[in-house]
Design a protein around this ligand. Structure first.
Ligand code: 13P
Length: 250
């Protein structure tokens, strides 16, 4: 009942010609694949051009972040309304790199999730523990705090446009993927938290993606887990061939 999602987070990569080259290669490799929601998240400056390049392909366009105000004196920010204007249907919020390097907190993540939802964007809401937190036995506490904080005041109806992405920080860009069992355990915990907050229907309907060194070699085991509904992919989304393998595996 949950449509799987394969989302590529391009992070700070790809100029416009590179971005167009990537999607031009990708589109034919996944043409005809149905039953999976494919999302790509380029940098802000190429969104509009990528939008044209993926027109008619069924690929959804995401931004990697947004601000919570619609407009105003907020130098350097981009609002949900502007993302929609650039062709986005999705937005990543609360990525660990934003929490780590740009001071994002559960409170700012929460404001952004509200604003994105009001604007009509589907949110890829990222959570995940650091290695230290895992090794000190705090994984579930961290996830509980991030989920409760990020989703504070987000109602059941708004949850229809929230996708949760579990990205253990120690697995991002390290080549060290969580094992299928570690990932499934965390996903099941996240689903149980959604059950406590929203009840059984929302818990059963919400997609929970795994992120952290997802590659063609490990997607099969991850996607086979009961509570893993797809992947949020960094490195392997930067090449058409590897991203297409992930899409076609879902
Ligand atoms: P990698 O797939 O490069 O580990 O990145 C994961 C990620 O952070 C996706 O948002």
């Amino acid at each position: 009942m949950r449509t799987p999602v394969i989302a590529g987070n391009w992070k700070l990569f790809k100029t416009a010609p590179e971005a167009i080259g990537l999607v031009t290669g990708l589109v034919p490799l996944i043409a005809g694949k149905s039953g999976v929601e494919v999302v790509i998240a380029p940098v802000f400056t190429v969104l509009d051009r990528v939008r044209s390049a993926i027109a008619g392909s069924g690929i959804h366009l995401a931004a990697q972040d947004c601000f919570w105000e619609e407009e105003g004196a907020f130098t350097g920010e981009v609002s949900p309304k502007m993302l929609i204007d650039a062709g986005c249907t999705h937005v990543i919020i609360g990525h660990s790199e934003r929490r780590q390097y740009f001071g994002e907190t559960d409170a700012t993540v929460n404001r952004k999730i509200h604003a994105a939802g009001v604007a009509g964007l589907t949110v890829l809401f990222c959570v995940g523990e650091t290695l230290e937190e895992r090794e000190s036995g705090n994984t579930f506490n961290v996830l509980r705090t991030q989920i409760a904080g990020g989703l504070a005041g987000v109602g059941t109806a708004a949850m229809e446009r929230v996708i949760v992405a579990y990205e253990p920080v120690w697995a991002i860009g390290t080549g060290r993927t969580a094992s299928d069992e570690q990932a499934q355990e965390a996903h099941a915990f996240i689903r149980s938290e959604l059950h406590s907050l929203y009840g059984p229907a929302t818990a059963a309907a919400t997609r929970i993606l795994y992120g952290g060194s997802v590659k063609p070699e490990n997607i099969g085991g991850l996607i086979a887990q009961n509570d893993i509904d797809g992947a949020l992919v960094g490195g392997a989304s930067l090449k058409a061939e590897s991203f297409a393998v992930l899409v076609n595996a879902a």
